[in-house]
Design a protein around this ligand. Structure first.
Ligand code: DQA
Length: 138
């Protein structure tokens, strides 16, 4: 099974950025632990701070991979383009967030991705990604 994790802006700073909200673990390390845990899976990881590059990656894998797990970070709340990209592909998408966005500022309650994904997992820290991987396995 081929799965693609896509992380949006500022998530390259995990482990450094707002540790009280996002924790102190670096995503590259976490990704390695996910790969070790799910050795039988073909797990890929891509991060960009640039909206168009996130859309390019969705289009690139979106007709071939078995699943996409996306945390579009701040673009979640602003990007019609990422929402449109998700509705244009055939690969099922799970939206994830590290924090519980509904317990935070009101602008974080709106997602342009949610109407087009198969499910949403949020608020479990980095474990949200592992839960998403497990959802694809089931
Ligand atoms: C986030 C929540 C977003 O509101 C925020 O802009 C992020 C991270 C999360 O994973 O909790 O950068 O997507």
């Amino acid at each position: 099974m081929k799965l693609q994790i896509i992380n949006g802006p500022n998530l390259n700073l995990l482990g450094t950025r707002e540790k009280n909200i996002y924790g102190n673990q670096d995503f590259n390390r976490y990704f390695k632990s996910l790969q070790l845990k799910h050795k039988d899976l073909d797990l890929h990881y891509f991060q960009s701070n640039i909206e168009g590059e996130l859309i390019d990656k969705i289009q690139e894998v979106g007709f071939d991979f078995d699943g996409i797990i996306i945390n579009a970070a701040a673009y979640t709340h602003t990007s019609v383009g990422i929402g449109d990209a998700i509705r244009s592909i055939t690969t099922p998408v799970i939206e994830v967030h590290i924090s519980n966005t509904y317990s935070r500022e009101e602008f974080r309650h709106k997602s342009f991705l949610s109407p087009h994904v198969v499910g949403i997992i949020l608020g479990f820290g980095l474990k949200s990604y592992d839960l998403a991987v497990s959802s694809f396995l089931n």
